[in-house]
Ligand binder design. Structure first.
Ligand code: PEP
Length: 252
């Protein structure tokens, strides 16, 4: 049976009251696949979300982390600090961080290692810009990100990384990749990592699609063989929409 993960990326949205109301609403939906759902919240909301999720199988986590354990890194948050909050997942290398905050494949690689060492599941984002796609370079670009981001990771660790294919031109734009475009790239990603490691590792990977996924298009994306779920931005802010996407995965 295909495994799924439906992950909500709240980005820089919500205050604590709204966040806790969302969690109460999500729990009230009694999703049959709670263990395949997680919420990635801003740092300030993580503790409250974790508390509101006590006794539930829904995961939760952060949208970024620093790779050092501690030290003189003003304004940063480390893996042990997040571990203390009980997080299960953490986004790494989101295109917004790569674009606005100088995230590089080298820092992504270090963050992956730090999270894996702590037993937290990284959700690694890769994906090309519109310019790269229009020039036909999307596979070369994404393969380059994967090779650099996974550099030095043994197969046993690589298999624990969740990958989110997020074409930058589809994030927050309302423009979704077609199910065929999304499937083609997710299958390609699986192939690249099967080549770097082995088929068993490639086959076991959870590969998500992200980019304007919503209740109206989730099912046709999620039914594709190489798409194991979604990283959802805008539609994760409303509990009904997010739950509808989770239900679409549960129905497959
Ligand atoms: C995201 O930020 O990861 C994302 C996919 O956003 P949206 O769903 O809003 O396109």
């Amino acid at each position: 049976m295909k495994r799924f993960l439906i992950a909500g990326n709240w980005k820089m949205n919500k205050l604590s009251e709204d966040a806790e109301e969302f969690v109460r609403g999500l729990r009230a939906k009694m999703l049959p696949n709670e263990k395949d759902v997680c919420i990635l919240a801003p740092f300030t909301l993580i503790a409250g979300v974790g508390k509101a999720l006590e006794g539930s199988a829904i995961g939760f986590g952060a949208q970024n982390v620093h790779f050092e354990e501690s030290g003189a890194y003003t304004g940063e948050v480390s893996v042990p600090m997040l571990k203390e909050l009980g997080i299960t997942h953490c986004i790494v290398g989101h295109s917004e961080r790569r674009e606005y905050f100088n995230e590089t494949d080298d820092t992504v690689n270090r963050k992956l290692r730090a999270l894996l060492d702590a037993g937290i599941t990284p959700i690694l984002c890769v994906g090309e810009s519109l310019e790269v796609r229009e020039a036909g370079g999307e596979q070369t670009f994404v393969a380059g990100q994967l090779i650099a981001d996974f550099s030095g990771l043994p197969a046993a660790d690589a298999a624990k990384v969740v990958i989110a294919y997020e074409p930058i031109w589809a994030i927050g734009t309302g423009k979704t990749a077609t199910p065929e475009q999304a499937e083609e790239m997710c299958a390609f990603i699986r192939g690249v990592l099967s080549g770097v490691y082995d088929n068993a590792t490639g086959d076991s990977l959870l590969i998500l699609y992200g980019g304007s996924m919503k209740p109206g298009n989730a099912k046709e994306l999620l039914e594709k063989p190489d798409i194991n779920g979604g990283l959802i931005g805008g539609a994760s802010l409303k509990v009904d929409d997010f739950a509808a996407i989770a239900m679409a995965a549960a129905s497959l």
